[in-house]
Design a protein. Structure first.
Length: 251
């Protein structure tokens, strides 16, 4: 949890700093080159266009949508770091455990697993710790603690899927609100002209666009994290089977 809030704070500061720098840069440019503002906007790249559209979308809806992106990225980065640290070379670990059992017995193998990071080493330790209770209890310990490790690997993943669903929903809500504002403008003026409704419709479409962009970005991270978890789980299951086979042979 402490690591998550640290990553969240760093992500938020980077995003806020980049935004403030962009705004300051815009103000300086507009002050020095007022006559060239339209040309710069028309010739700007994708980043400039994206930044301009965010400003036009309004701070209210865009701020909420960007918060979903910040929180989603913070959780994704935390999960990616955790999963990369949890990745171990299972074949090497299995060989090291077997050599440790041959040279120093179960206690030496337990010491090796205790000093090795990752869920596979933790599962091995729980299994070796119950070696005196028989193979059946070892299998139960491996299966039970494997479930615990899977829960740790999948921790906070549901929040990413929530933000993936929430971002476009907020965008669509902004669309509805923008359309209501457009019809309110028509009602007040009594004239249905493009100029009257353009502002509300523009905000409506921009919130939808950015909501979908945020969802797409987080979906890429989510799929990578899920594939990484599946890979680690497969290694855990394969290594657990190899451990049981080793213990049966050595008993």
């Amino acid at each position: 949890m402490k690591r998550f809030f640290t990553i969240l704070a760093i992500t938020g500061m980077l995003f806020f700093g980049a935004t403030q720098f962009s705004y300051a840069q815009e103000e300086a440019t507009s002050t020095e080159q007022v006559a060239a503002t339209d040309d710069a906007a028309s010739q700007g790249g994708f980043r400039q266009e994206l930044k301009q559209r965010m400003i036009e979308g309004g701070p209210g809806w865009m701020g909420v949508i960007m918060l979903t992106l910040i929180f989603g990225l913070a959780i994704s980065i935390e999960r990616i770091i955790y999963l990369n640290l949890s990745t171990t070379k299972t074949n090497k670990l299995v060989a090291d455990v077997e050599n440790a059992i041959d040279s120093g017995g179960v206690e030496a193998a337990k010491e090796l697993c205790r000093n090795t990071k990752g869920p596979v080493a933790s599962i091995f330790y729980q299994g070796l710790d119950r070696m005196d209770e028989g193979i059946d209890n070892v299998e139960k310990a491996v299966v039970g603690y494997g479930g615990v490790q899977m829960g740790l690997l999948e921790k906070n993943i549901s929040w990413i899927s929530l933000f993936i669903a929430l971002a476009p929903m907020l965008g669509f809500l902004g669309t509805v609100v923008g359309m209501v504002q457009a019809f309110d403008a028509i009602e007040k003026t009594g004239v249905m002209s493009p100029a009257t409704v353009a502002g509300g419709i523009k905000v409506a479409l921009l919130t939808t666009i950015f909501g979908l962009i945020v969802a797409i970005i987080l979906q890429v991270f989510y799929n990578y994290i899920i594939s990484k978890i599946d890979s680690i789980v497969n290694n855990m299951e394969d290594a657990s089977i190899k451990l049981i086979d080793i213990l049966i042979r050595k008993k």
